[in-house]
Design a protein around this ligand. Sequence first.
Ligand code: SF4
Length: 442
Amino acid sequence: MAVPGARARGWAAAARAAQRRRREERTGGPARPEPASRRAALYVHWPYCEKRCSYCNFNKYIPRGVEEAAMRKCLVTEAQTLLRLSGVRRVESVFFGGGTPSLASPHTVAAVLEAVAQATYLPADSEVTLEANPTSAPGSRLAAFGAAGVNRLSIGLQSLDDAELRLLGRTHSAGDALRTLAAARRLFPGRVSVDLMLGLPAQHVGPWLGQLQELLRRCDDHVSLYQLSLERGTALFAQVQQGALPAPDPELAAEMYQAGREALREAGFRQYEVSNFARNGALSTHNWTYWQCGQYLGVGPGAHGRFVPQGAGSNTREARIQTLEPDNWMKEVMLFGHGTRKRTPMGRLEMLEEVLAMGLRTDVGITHQHWQRFGPQLTLWDVFGTSKEVKELLERGLLLLDHRGLRCSWEGLPVLDSLLLTLLPQLQEAWQQRTPSLVPGG
Ligand code: SF4
């Protein structure tokens, strides 16, 4: 694809925009903290990639050329529209994800941040993350993203084995990944995350753990471990179907995950979420918003959001999905100011289900106070305190329910999905009993 170069003009504009934001911060933002309904995280989706990875079923496109100026204009317009519709006054974090957002020019990143800072309050120390692919992110380009306002990088490293990287269809080698990681650490010390995959076909625990140990000698303060999920329609799925590759072994993947989390714990990392590990307090505040069911706006093709639209005479949070295909999305943004394809009002039960499923992914789980914000009519004790099935999970040491709230134990976190098979029906039943006159989810 044609990747617009980060020309001197673009860099200078980006740097000026970021400096202006810092100046505005020094001259004073709002002194009062905004209520939760006025705060949000912002996700920005860059839908393009250089090449299709063999396992990927994300919303991404491999174009011949990108009309970046048009894309930039639409991202800015949609961000402005959604900020206005949501009535959000403070954006606490911005995440540029994709696709491969490190293929966008720093100028585009700066333009979006500038628009956000003009429409709302974006504190100078807000977390601004960019996902970076090693081959599209040499040090000079990373520096330009820093000048544009990015202050955290998430590097899609995936593996430190060249044969595995080829299998995954990645465009980088292990050497590229380590060079990018070193450059990123110099530019964003303490704010670099790396993704490592596990559970690949023919992958074994020992060699994978060796990769993780190598990574632990090189990495910064944040690591994400992701299990490969074999998705229908991907090249890897077809290879496994045809017998060209062995199917990934879920038991081996579980062993890798367990060995990995122990190695990370020994290295001083806190497992603060099912897939995420941080030390020195380097948690991702943006992702934390998702797990705490905070509001977030999703800008760009196929982006998802959750917020309460203002001025519609309703307090109902909506789940929103933007139009998937970039050209159609751009046409809609140019016509209507946004490319929202689907708006679904979320019922109170649905919200509580999300609070439960997302909150239990974290090590702090769901505090009583947090639960009360979403379900004042039903306490955690009401829902789970008298259930025989839940009692059994507590007795097996997989779950804890106490004065702090509800959370998974170290042993429970890896089997969260199976715990939810008990907990979600329990919530639905308690909700029906407590609010029999309401339609489910109403
Ligand atoms: S770079 Fe990421 S989004 Fe793009 S094809 Fe690969 S996995 Fe998918």
